[in-house]
Design a protein around this ligand. Sequence first.
Ligand code: NAD
Ligand code: G6P
Ligand code: MN
Ligand code: MN
Length: 437
Amino acid sequence: KIKIVTIGGGSSYTPELIEGLILRKDQLPIAELWLVDIDDGAEKMEIVGNMAKRMIAAAKLDWQVHLTLDRREALKNADYVTTQFRVGLLDARLKDEVIPLANGLMGQETNGAGGIFKAFRTIPVILGIIDDMRELCPNAWLVDFTNPAGMVTEAAIKYGKWEKTVGLCNVPFGHITQACKVLGKEEKDLYFKFAGLNHFHWHRVWDQQGNERTAELIEKIYSPEQQERTDEGLKNIHQIPFHFDQVKHLGLLPCGYHRYYYLQEPMLAHAIDEFERYETRAEVVKKTEARLFELYKDVNLNYKPEELSQRGGAHYSDAACDLIASIQNNSGKLMVVSTRNNGAIADLPFDCVVEITAAITSHGPEPLRWGALPPAARGMIQLMKAMEETVIEAAVTGDYGAALHAFTINPLIPAGDTAVKVLDELLYAHKAYLPKF
Ligand code: NAD
Ligand code: G6P
Ligand code: MN
Ligand code: MN
């Protein structure tokens, strides 16, 4: 029997997770489910936690559900600890978006200056959770959904020394679904290989006969005549079409987030436009979240409402619950996860965390060897990884010079006076959540 603990239990995504666990009830011998939050999220957790209890009761399961603000009580003898928290809640995200945008730079949850600051706020918290885990549940798996998931996972493994950490994202799911739709196939009839970093990966696709279908997918998804199929189902990314010739030249399928880099100017122009209309993503999500919690309050609602698909992280439970079930049952299932590179991507250090297709075993992910990336991808990924490593270093040490270096390396932040100004403004705005700086 297993005990699962979810940190950030007040998230509006909780019903997503519960639905996923219920769907896999035969693979998961669950005894206890603990939702953990902090004072600021207590009310949200109460509402969504009761919703979770109704879902579990409706499924006629005898799982014990506990809601608590006491993390240490919850972690005791846990088998799986999942995280879905947001330090500073959506108000902090709004600052990550609007402060860079007001200075003419991209403001986004996991990219550019805002993404760097989300890492600065989150990494100290994840390391604190690990300190508690070492004492209270030394054998537990840490399944991280908290963004920026790649950097948080790397911090947990490298600095927290928690080897049993796996990071997750729903973006690969969107691309798998898209490829299935375009080729008219089911997932089981295609073979996918992803490699890169979280929100910065590429993939290739083969069919059951062994034919590579990547070029055909590039043609069907990105050629100007067929652009209506560009959508990979991410509600939070403005879907500007990639340059067809550029994708063709690379010969790999990009992920939705690559738009911030390959299409930096038009993506920034669009974001500035939204900023001027008070419609940055945090503002939109605040409204969606308010509507969701109104729905969750309904004592007759005992299933995940359709409205949740308006959030960018829809379907994340498929990843989280598949991962737990695969570890639990030593299934060897192929999944895309953030895990230690171990040489799978030849162009990156062995000890860094990459997002890659891996076989999920009871001892964790075994990444499939990808090999080397073409120069056009290698240059970008090496830069991005060095940026991530520097961000993590700065988050751990609070070194201002390291933070400025991270800004300088980041392709979405031009080096110079603006970088210093945005860094200082963000440090001031998030002061309460940055004990190291
Ligand atoms: P949210 O703003 O609703 O926050 C979730 C909960 O975390 C809140 O109830 C909050 O009180 C709680 N919290 C904050 N600090 C905490 C702490 N120190 N300890 C425990 N709980 C704490 O956030 P959300 O929109 O539900 O997103 C949750 C997280 O999941 C974010 O980090 C977000 O970026 C991430 N996310 C990841 C993906 C992915 O693909 N990996 C997709 C969507 C969202
Ligand atoms: C995406 C990503 C997440 C991201 C989220 C944003 O699909 O995979 O990492 O944080 O959606 O969703 P939101 O609805 O909060 O803008
Ligand atoms: Mn993600
Ligand atoms: Mn820069």
